[in-house]
Design a protein around this ligand. Structure first.
Ligand SMILES: Cc1ncc(COP(=O)(O)O)c(C=O)c1O
Length: 377
């Protein structure tokens, strides 16, 4: 049997990893500023994480949501505390797409409506509703095409107000990333998020904050949407939540009332997933990683802004987009193969930095030095 070949692969096999470093099969060391797509939040093979998962695996790895799982309660309490949303409710699932899918369903159950407002450049995942709300026709299969999703221009307050004035009573939800990731590290403005909040209040629509990539402390606040100073109704999260163990969740405002069977999943919230998620939150708290993300991120952003070859630097904390001119389109590959540094990318020519939240200033300097050399070709 062959693999179904959907991923363009780099010819590298990672055989060992620690903190923000990984090693390939030949023993070559790399600096990892990509974290397997913003997933590695507390660093690879963090000792506390490894111990907590190993101990849990030796007790019980999995049981379904047909029995009490006290680890889920512990996780909900910890997440409420670290995120500051103590009165919210937690539903656990397995991936970012599934989190958004459930958030959109929840909204529709809540107000009985069908229309979803999403934005140009958005990426919300690949399941049916999540992909329909994703601004990329290439990955929307005919069966996922729906008139229920409306795409509006990003950060366009007049367009949003006009849409609500026209059909606000049909809108079930507005879904938005705090900072668009796949879209090229583009921040939702504070006033735009505040307008979403007030229009959703006025029309009883649900404000869904997609925090799958920009959440979990990466930007210097637990949810990057928090920079706007208003609460969303539902926050979706995944990537950094389990440091690589597949776990995702939605944090749900108190006004939503659950009923048995409303949402569900076989794997979501299993013992191992909860142990992984708890280990991550414990390290984030204990090592003050949200503050570190802000500090090291700001340091990187300021240094990058000084580089004349760079067209634009966008983002917050350790979610950084470096836009390069077309003439420097080789830099990302050079960073990986010549300078041994993993980074992410966004089209057309944006380098994305999504490292672990405990990246050190020394590691940031290592990147800046190598990047300067790579820019010179
Ligand atoms: C903002 C955002 N939402 C949702 C998703 C989908 O997450 P997953 O790949 O875990 O389904 C992603 C993945 O890149 C994302 O960046």
């Amino acid at each position: 049997m062959n693999l179904f070949d959907v991923y363009p692969l780099n010819n590298i096999e990672i055989t060992r990893a620690s903190g923000s470093n990984v090693w390939d099969a030949d023993g070559e060391q790399y600096l990892d500023l990509y974290g397997g797509h913003a997933v590695i939040s507390i660093g690879h093979t963090h000792p506390h994480y490894v111990t907590r998962l190993t101990e849990q695996l030796n007790k019980v790895g999995f049981y379904s949501n047909s029995v009490k799982i006290p680890l889920q309660v512990e996780l909900a309490e910890k997440l409420g505390q670290v995120s500051g949303k103590t009165d919210y409710q937690l539903f656990l699932c397995n991936s970012g797409a599934e989190a958004n899918e459930n958030a959109l369903k929840l909204a529709s159950f809540y107000n009985g409506r069908k229309k979803v407002i999403a934005f140009k450049g958005a990426f919300h995942g690949r399941t049916s509703l999540a992909v329909s709300a994703t601004d990329n026709p290439k990955i929307i299969a005919p069966v996922n095409e729906t008139d229920n999703i409306v795409f509006l221009p990003h950060n366009d307050e007049a367009a949003l107000s006009a849409a609500f004035a026209e059909y606000g009573n049909e809108v079930t939800a507005v879904i938005i990333e705090g900072i668009q990731g796949v879209g090229g590290i583009r921040e939702a403005s504070v006033s735009f998020l505040q307008l979403i909040r007030s229009l959703c209040d006025q029309y009883n629509a649900v404000y869904i904050a997609d925090s799958v990539q920009c959440g979990y402390g990466r930007t210097g606040k637990f949810y990057s949407h928090d920079y706007a100073g208003v609460d969303a109704d539902v926050y979706t999260m995944a990537k950094g939540m389990g440091n690589g163990f597949p776990v995702a969740g939605i944090s749900i405002a108190p006004k939503f009332k659950p009923w048995h069977g409303m949402l569900g999943t076989t794997f979501g919230g299993n013992h191992l997933a909860c142990a992984a998620a708890l280990a991550v939150l414990e390290i984030i708290e204990q090592d003050d990683l949200i503050a570190n993300a802000e500090e090291v991120g700001t340091y990187l952003i300021e240094a990058l802004k000084e580089m004349e070859e760079v067209k634009e630097v966008r983002g917050r904390g350790l979610m950084i987009g470096i836009e390069l001119p077309e003439s420097l389109s080789n830099v990302k590959k050079d960073l990986l193969f010549k300078h041994k540094i993993f980074t992410g990318e966004a089209k057309p020519n944006v380098i994305r930095l999504l490292p672990a939240l405990n990246l050190t200033k020394n590691q940031a300097d290592q990147f800046l030095n190598e990047f300067k050399i790579a820019l010179k070709g």
